[in-house]
Design a protein around this ligand. Sequence first.
Ligand code: DAT
Ligand code: MG
Length: 176
Amino acid sequence: MGTKPALKKKKIEATLILIKPDGLAKSLTGNILTRLSETKLEIAAAKCVRVSRELAKEHYRALRDKPFFPELIKYLMGKYHNRKKVMALVYVGEAAIQRVRELSGATNPEEADPTTIRGQYGRITTKGVYENVIHASASSTEAEREIKLWFEPQEIIFPLYPTKTAKVTTQKEIWK
Ligand code: DAT
Ligand code: MG
């Protein structure tokens, strides 16, 4: 069994957004979601996640050779803030990837247009960490990899990518 992908219509894309620990610590969730609602894209999934070192390293694995990688991993894990979590969201709609990237602004928050999310709320710390409050997928390949890393198929409101049925036998915590 399994399901067929929903991203068939031309230019309908899905993108992964993370509200990073600084965004949560600064109580910016509402502001950021309000800015994102300007795009008129649909929220297809949302959750809070406690970020393990493994997850952070996998998310940013393309940057593993960069000198700032260790600080970047600590930042995503919430080690520089009181909130050891991120909010992960999937937005879906026409040209979703580019539209969210434009609204997010440049990687370097000091160079980001001041009207963008990173321009409004980001900063560079004295240690040189880009606290740019939000992550947004940069391409459809990246979006697919990232959405599959952060979400299970059943956590997304409609099927985005092909799935298969598998019998899993791992132990997990359930409600008492
Ligand atoms: P983006 O987040 O805009 O997709 P990226 O994928 O190149 O940018 O980098 C991922 C994160 O790494 C970015 O949000 C902040 C950090 N970063 C990138 N370049 C950096 C630099 N030169 N110094 C410090 N942190 C950097
Ligand atoms: Mg990137």
